[in-house]
Design a protein around this ligand. Structure first.
Ligand SMILES: Nc1ncnc2c1ncn2[C@@H]1O[C@H](COP(=O)(O)OP(=O)(O)OP(=O)(O)O)[C@@H](O)[C@H]1O
Ligand SMILES: [Mg+2]
Length: 291
């Protein structure tokens, strides 16, 4: 489908900070409000429970809401990295379950307007980022806006959240189509949220995978089913992530299954540009519909 840039120019995705390699897992969706932040937060905490060092990044640059979901309060945000003397490590806040959180910017308009400058500065700050992480979980915005897709193409693995809502399914297919048009090697894990049974989730996955095989000549993986669960609604309201407060719930098991599937699959291999450098490179890709 794509592309102006040959495959050789597509940045590969292995990240490295201070000599240690880390893996970036982007959590995304076609439609908003389907459970991306719920899945990101609980995946991140569960990975930390497995003794991995985890950074949860609110990558919804304009509308991030991880702070709200966890009741964490950040003095600084990503946007403050534009100021002299502010490092990314100053922006990080400690979240529940010992995860580190990089809050999104409640950026002012002029910062958003000069977004590339912002991202370049983040890229250089990221090189000096002192923490060593095993995993960076990115909670992205929904849809196929250039920013979102650039983040997805910069990740080693993508978790794509859908619900049985037909709009969520159609919009998720659009995300897969765009990602596959640039790079078919990034594993995409379809996670069915708010389903009534595990079977319902698996059927959604199978239907989507058939479409992807037939029309995109690619395939996706099944991340599993997260059932519609009042416990999740309460957990979000009380700002108490369920993997911490309800370790024996079915929802926690579903997150463990998702993490196991994601961890046991190899991500995209590559060289060592950092996450924001890759994102900047990916922003230059010209998509077919833009030609
Ligand atoms: N499995 C579930 N069962 C019941 N409610 C759920 C489930 N998953 C998420 N929710 C509810 O759906 C709401 C939206 O979830 P969440 O904020 O995680 O979605 P999102 O995709 O991050 O939204 P946005 O696009 O606005 O960032 C939450 O308030 C939560 O209570
Ligand atoms: Mg969200």
């Amino acid at each position: 489908m794509l592309q102006k840039f040959g495959n050789s120019l597509i940045p590969k995705n292995q990240g490295q900070t201070n000599g240690k390699q880390y893996e970036v897992i982007a959590v995304t969706s076609g439609k908003g409000g389907v459970g991306k932040s719920t899945v990101s937060v609980n995946m991140a905490i569960n990975l930390q429970q497995m003794n991995r060092k985890v950074l949860l990044m609110d990558a919804d640059i304009h509308l991030g809401n991880i702070d709200l979901m966890l009741g964490t309060r950040s003095r600084l945000t990503l946007a403050d990295v534009l100021k002299d003397g502010v490092e990314l490590s100053d922006v990080v806040v400690q979240g529940p379950g010992n995860i580190d959180i990089l809050p999104a910017s409640s950026a002012s308009l002029d910062i958003i307007e000069s977004e590339d400058t912002f991202l370049r500065k983040l890229a250089s700050a990221f090189n000096r980022f002192e923490h060593d992480y095993d995993y960076i979980i990115m909670d992205t915005g929904a849809g196929i806006a250039r920013n979102v897709i650039s983040f997805l193409l910069s990740a080693q693995k993508i978790v794509l959240v859908i619900t049985p809502d037909p709009a969520s399914i159609t919009d998720a297919y659009a995300v897969i189509k765009v990602v596959c048009s640039v790079n078919k090697d990034i594993p995409i894990f379809l996670t069915a949220n708010m389903v009534n049974s595990a079977d319902e989730g698996e059927i959604l996955y199978k239907k989507m995978n058939l479409m992807v095989q037939k029309f995109l000549d690619s395939k996706i993986q099944f991340g599993g089913s997260l059932l519609r669960d009042d416990l999740i609604i309460r957990s979000v309201k009380q700002q108490k992530p369920f993997v911490l407060h309800h370790p024996n719930s079915g929802s926690t098991t579903a997150i463990r299954v998702l993490n196991r599937r994601v961890l046991h699959t190899s991500g995209v291999e590559g060289q060592h540009a950092n996450l924001f450098e890759r994102m900047l490179q990916n922003k230059k890709i010209q998509f077919e519909w833009e030609k």
